[in-house]
Design a protein around this ligand. Sequence first.
Ligand code: F6P
Length: 327
Amino acid sequence: MAVNRIGLLTSGGDAPGMNAAVRAVVRTAFVNGIEILGIRRGYNGLINGDVFEMEHKMVNGLTGRGGTILYTARSPEFNTEEGVKKAAKNCKYFGVDAIICIGGDGTFRGALDLAKHGIPAVGIPATIDNDIACTNYTLGFDTACNTAIEAIDKLRDTMQSHERCSLVEVMGRKAGHLAAYVGIAVGANVILVPERPYDFEKDVVQKMRRTRIHGHNHFIVIVAEGVAETEGGSQNIADKIAEETGVDARVTILGHIQRGGRPNARDRVTASRMGRHAVEILRDGKVNRVIGIQGGAMQDFDIDEALAMEKDLQETMYDTARILSLS
Ligand code: F6P
């Protein structure tokens, strides 16, 4: 199948590095004589025909910009058969031979739907959750970790001065990769993630008491968004901590600050490599793939297979956090 024109969209939660991937796709396509049609606001743009021709000049200086110039959205209409049909029809109308979609698992499910309606697709993994199983790394994760670390380092200063406990909620509704990495990096006393059940008395209260015996006068507790939701909110957890330990516990929800900002070196470079790889496999006739990076090498997987894979927290990460927090 000859690919002359590729539709390009970003979808789901934005992530630092998305723009660098957009740039890489546009530049690689230009070098290969392929046209790029930019699609605004994810699958919504495909349904509504919100598209524009992308010239290579439009992506100048984009590697270092956060967010996505294509805008992003979660599209309830695309979750309907009607919506997918409309999107596929528009692809044909605009002469789009294939789609490159940049986002997370919801984005790839959308790509699979399009593929089933005859529009080939390739996915580039970008989410600060790092929860795509076919790749060791998803765009945005490292920058988001660093954003959270910088904020928590500041919190630690004030917690130390006041001898308080800082409960920090980081993003991740279903995945605790961000919480685990950030927790290890800031030397958290407690890390709570959705993938691992915990016992409040043993894993939080007793741990804090033990830490105090070892001379600590302040505490950092990292809670993933998904755990906070299950517990009726981070404030509830902080109130319980204060009640059980007598330590003043303050809540900080880092929220969307984690998704913004200039991508760091890892995100810029990985995005550039993934964007290039996505265009080149389409050029070479490979379709319906999700790009991944493993052991530093670019790879690609069948979308179906990629979506069926599961990614658990690395046990070594969890163990490292446990040992270093003296438990
Ligand atoms: O998937 C990325 C993510 O930031 C999750 O960690 C979080 O649960 C979700 O998006 C929040 O999405 P929204 O910005 O739409 O509320």
